[in-house]
Design a binder for this molecule. Structure first.
Ligand code: ADP
Length: 538
């Protein structure tokens, strides 16, 4: 017997219409270099429909790729909806990528037009002749003083919008591509992930659940995680969908500016990678705020950072796990009630987990070669694999040389994890960051967490360095808090009670800063090449 319910497509324009019809009085604030701008969702919706008209006037093909090169802003949100709602495919380009990667991505995706913030025009424009399919560049003037070259290919966003007619949105095929995003490519060429309307709709509902970000009409959400990377963790769709107001940091990504927005705009929910929250902490400590949750993920969230927020800001960090290939959010480390009466240390340890997968996502840990399931005893580790309607089936560029899905239909994450009896995930490491010492694996993440619990330590990244006897041994690269000094012995002494003897770093290097990737994660690749020839002292 079949169910007798309607078959209405799960599309991005269904989200758009919902916001337009019901939440017109919600607001979007953008902190541009030229000053703060404000609009209601009603105004945004009107402009988004006219932007659909602009895409028609520009002659963008029926499923043409609409590139964007900009910060989180109201205009970027207009593009987030106008492109997919007219059947086109939004393609967000990461403004921090290397020039060769940007050229590769724009050519591979076959972008027809790129919408660019004036403040980053000088990064994009020199590359424009290498981007073979790009016919126009539309400048979104955010008030930065950047010079605009005199070239017929350059158009002005507001002028186009003023001249355009609003259009109707009618996407009927939920499997149609809505947007695409390339992973930053820690190895080889960036890999293209293509989100469908259906996956976007379901992911939006997923991140709206109370166990996830739980946004509602009374929230003011500030995505610090960029719209140019990993779909801004779904917040750019989820906040309007729930009628929550949005605060967009624009190009103003300095810690002081972010803290100012949180405090002055009454932000209740925000999200970003750990390095962002590391920088913002001193500007929020001890201040009156309305925050109820600070989402954090993209790389391991140090327990010490979450605890510092709990102690100094009054709320711990809410950990989330995911990857571009999972839209990107797939689980959160929300504390289950069984830990309600636990001591602070136990709670902090639990919060440091990637946690329970959201409804819609299933997770397993397996031996990556044999696919043998590993026990859920929180000790055994294996490759974390996931499946669900917002997990990618394959890459847009299969030539990237990576087989994403196992023969039995699970998506390989490249992360190594353990799961407890309730299936709560604890990420041990990325496969390529594990340190193989004497045939046994050492988790760089666990070591970093232990080192970062030292009060003098600001950041720590642990990488494997070649060792004649043990194959690899851990090298701890440590950044101290400003004005502090410490010795190698002091750090190792601190670690002794915290980690197994054979996990102890072979050496400690004090460095000025941990190199970061284009999205602010620790770049272990850079550290590994910097210390490739490392001479061990003993
Ligand atoms: P990339 O970092 O390769 O550019 P993504 O932004 O998609 O691409 O990163 C996904 C990866 O980030 C995951 O596979 C995982 O290794 C790491 N990650 C994400 N969230 C967490 C988390 N909460 N804890 C530990 N690692 C995380």
């Amino acid at each position: 017997m079949r169910g007798l319910m309607q078959d209405t497509p799960l599309t991005v324009d269904a989200i758009f219409r919902h916001v337009e019809q019901h939440y017109g009085d919600g607001t979007i604030v953008t902190n541009n270099p030229g000053g703060v701008t404000r609009a209601t969702y009603a105004e945004w919706a009107q402009r988004t429909r006219r932007l659909g008209g602009v895409l028609d006037t520009l002659g963008i093909s029926a499923d043409g790729r609409v590139g964007t090169f900009g910060w989180n802003s109201q205009r970027h949100l207009e593009l987030y909806f106008a492109a997919p709602c007219t059947g086109r495919v939004l393609h967000t380009l990461n403004v921090r990528l290397f020039p060769e990667q940007l050229t590769y991505i724009a050519n591979h995706a076959e972008d027809e037009v790129i919408f660019v913030d004036r403040s980053v025009l000088q990064i994009l424009w020199p590359l424009i002749d290498t981007m073979k399919t790009v016919k126009q560049v539309v400048v979104m003037d955010d008030g930065a003083g950047t010079e605009i070259p005199d070239d017929a290919r350059i158009l002005d966003y507001e002028t186009l919008l003023a001249d355009a007619e609003p259009v109707d949105f009618h996407v009927t095929d939920e499997w149609r591509a809505a947007s695409m995003c390339y992973t930053s490519g820690t190895t080889g060429n960036p890999k293209g992930v293509v989100y469908s309307h259906r996956s976007t709709f379901l992911h939006t509902m997923g991140v709206l659940m109370p166990n996830a970000f739980g946004l509602g009409v009374n929230d003011v959400a500030m995505p610090v995680v960029p719209m140019f990377h990993a779909n801004a963790w779904g917040i750019a769709q989820a906040a309007p969908a729930a009628g929550a107001s949005l605060v967009m940091p624009g190009a103003m990504m300095q810690p002081e500016a972010l803290a100012m927005l949180i405090l002055e705009e009454g932000v209740t929910f925000t999200a970003g990678v750990p390095t962002i929250w590391q920088g913002v902490l001193p500007h929020l400590a001890g201040k009156q705020h309305r925050l109820r949750d600070i989402g954090c993920g993209g790389s391991a969230v140090p327990k010490a950072l979450s605890e510092a927020y709990r102690e100094q800001v009054g709320i711990p960090i809410l950990q989330a796990w995911g990857m571009t290939e999972t839209h990107p959010v797939a689980s959160s480390g929300i504390l289950p009630p069984r830990y309600q009466d636990a001591d602070d240390e136990t709670k902090a340890t639990q919060r440091a987990r990637a946690g329970i997968p959201f409804l819609g996502v299933e997770a397993r840990i397996v031996d990556s070669d044999t696919l043998e399931p590993q026990p859920w005893d929180d000790k055994a580790t294996g490759e974390l694999q996931v499946r669900g309607p917002w997990c990618a089936q394959e890459y847009y560029n299969p030539d990237a040389g990576v087989e994403l899905t196992t023969p039995d239909g699970w998506m390989k994450t490249g992360d190594v994890a353990a799961m407890d009896e309730f299936g709560s995930v604890r990420i041990a490491d990325r496969t390529k960051d594990l340190i193989k010492s004497g045939g046994e694996w050492i988790s760089s993440v666990d070591l970093e967490n232990a080192i970062m619990s030292h009060p003098k330590v600001k950041e720590a990244a642990v990488v494997g360095i070649p060792h004649p006897k043990w194959d690899e041994r851990p090298l701890a690269c440590v950044v101290l808090n400003e004005g502090e000094s410490a010795t190698e012995e002091e750090i190792l002494e601190h670690l002794k009670p915290l980690v197994a003897k054979w996990w102890m770093p072979e050496a400690v290097e004090f460095i000025d800063e941990v190199p970061k990737t284009s999205v602010g994660k620790f770049s272990k690749k850079d550290l590994r090449s910097r210390f490739a020839e490392y001479e061990l002292k003993s």
